[in-house]
Design a protein around this ligand. Sequence first.
Ligand code: FEO
Length: 143
Amino acid sequence: MIEDNRFEWSENLSVNNEKIDTQHKEIFKIIDQLSRAKPDYSENSRFAQILSAITEYGLSHLKEEEKFMAENGFPKLEEHKKVHKSYLYKVAMFNLKYSKTSESEVVGFLKNWWVNHIAKMDIQYRDYIESKKNNDPSPSDKP
Ligand code: FEO
């Protein structure tokens, strides 16, 4: 059976880094699973388990990405870190107030946040690193 309306990563969201693209794809996959989990407010529901998985995976991705940006001298690192921090706070609140939050609100927030964040912010470090590469003289250009 063909399932439609999948929440999937697409090539236009690539940051030209295989490791980070793979992490983003995994995040989309977990959110897709979350959107398909049956609504159930019990603490051990599949929805709660997947929410916990996306929280942990997201945290580890954001930390790795911050390290990557720092290693590449990305000038907007602090601004980017603040946006990550506010995301983590929001997701922590969803976990804490799980029984009072609607599943559609959680899923809607996660889908919008990740698509917009990658398209508007993560793309900035991709462009910065690409422009640095293009402006660095290749070894053959050096005297
Ligand atoms: Fe891939 Fe800034 O999160």
